[in-house]
Design a binder for this molecule. Structure first.
Ligand code: UD1
Ligand code: UDP
Length: 352
């Protein structure tokens, strides 16, 4: 059987790591396509090197900018690859532009789609990731949910003709594998870690200013690896100069995965608007402060380990100073064997 896996952004590369190795173990042929959506060394190549992901069989170079154009370019380039390769199934991850574009290119050529992280939902209709998730799920034949919330959403939506499977979270698998393999100490250290990149936050000067002011006022040392989109906006909004020499916030380049896991593992608390980092932060038992009002993963709020501060200066400061979760820390993202379950589900459903 032949699987065409499409990746394009930092979180996709992380998720692909173990799946790629498991396909090899099972003798499943995988054709790996990188759309080029993320392209800086720190956003792309470093993950392939550190995580020993093989070079992609096809590496496109889509343009950056407006999402419609990017989507169209990926569809167009991918079409010829699908025609040439004739895969049995296309595998897509998460909720980025590359995910939706690949799903559309595939189904329009009658090649079915398996979607890892299907069923994640928020009520914000015009959030770019929500559009990508809903549209991808609606055309995918195998819907692979990473947690019970997502599975329940899919069941509720009644995806007639598709198979829904609860696999657990592939990001948890690679995180736990990395912590164990490199013997990374997990403890609550003397700094907190921040990541931000959501359009709703970083493209809005008021929101970005409020979040930084909240971080700076907390009195905590903040380590902040800066996503390129965020860096661009910090410079444009004159916030880079204002904060780069401040005692409170330590800006850096985006980290490679291993460095990021070490930083996360040693953090006191985590402030983020990332979908992946909030899960990783929970898994390593860090109190997590979400700096965006749109929420995914209601199970995280229910657990008491995540608080939604939004882009609100005072709420962020207060949460960094005072937020403490309960003792209980339930298992929310599976048993660490999502990779095996995802590959099983794909082979069972599409293998001949
Ligand atoms: C994208 C995803 C988002 C995901 C995030 C993971 C979409 C709509 N958004 O957001 O869901 O959480 O990736 O990190 O797909 N840029 C660079 N170098 C790079 C990559 C990006 O400079 O290697 C800059 C460019 O100016 C680009 C901007 O960042 O225009 C935004 O990149 P894009 O891929 O469109 O969205 P992200 O914010 O990275
Ligand atoms: N990550 C990383 N370096 C960083 C920030 C994040 O390696 O500087 C990893 C992180 O561990 C997680 C993934 O990138 O596995 C999350 O990506 P991001 O937050 O960009 O996207 P999202 O999950 O929000 O789509």
């Amino acid at each position: 059987m032949k699987v065409l896996s499409v990746v394009g952004t930092r979180p996709n590369f992380v998720k692909e790591t173990l799946i790629n190795k498991e396909f090899k173990n099972r003798g499943v042929q995988e054709v790996l396509v990188h759309t080029g959506q993320h392209y800086d060394y720190e956003m792309s190549r470093v993950f392939f090197q550190e995580l020993a992901i093989p070079d992609p069989d096809y590496h496109m170079q889509v343009s950056t900018g407006l999402p419609g154009r990017q989507t169209a370019e990926i569809i167009q380039s991918l079409e010829s690859i699908i025609v040439e390769e004739k895969p049995d199934v296309t595998l897509v991850y998460g909720d980025v532009t590359s995910t939706l574009a690949a799903a559309l290119a595939s189904v329009k050529l009658n090649v079915p789609v398996a979607h890892v992280e299907a069923g994640v939902r928020t009520l914000a209709r015009y959030n770019p990731e929500e559009i990508n998730r809903r549209a991808t799920d609606s055309v995918s034949e195998l819907l692979l949910a990473n947690c019970q919330d997502a599975y329940d959403e899919l069941v509720k939506e009644n995806h007639t003709g598709s198979k829904i499977s609860l696999t657990g979270d592939i990001m948890q698998d690679i995180l736990l594998h990395t912590v164990k393999r490199f013997d990374v100490p997990v403890y609550r250290g003397e700094y907190s870690l921040c990541t931000l990149h959501r359009a709703e936050n970083v493209d809005n000067k008021d929101n970005l200013s409020a979040i930084l002011a909240g971080l700076a006022a907390s009195g905590e040392k903040i380590i902040f690896p800066v996503h390129p989109r965020t860096r661009k906006r910090l410079v444009e909004f004159d916030l880079w100069d204002q904060y780069q020499n401040s005692e409170a916030i330590d800006f850096s380049e985006p980290c490679g995965y291993l460095e990021f896991v070490r930083l996360l593992a040693g953090a006191n608390k985590v402030v983020t608007d990332s979908g992946g980092v909030r899960r990783e932060s929970y898994i390593l038992a860090k109190p997590t402060i979400v700096a965006i009002d749109i929420t995914w993963f209601p199970c995280l709020i229910k657990s008491g380990w995540k608080i939604v501060a939004g882009p609100n200066r005072d709420k962020i400061t207060d949460a960094i100073r005072n937020f403490e979760p309960p003792q209980e820390h339930p298992v929310l993202f599976g048993d660490g064997r999502a990779c095996l379950k995802i590959v099983d589900a794909i082979v069972d459903y599409f293998g001949s």
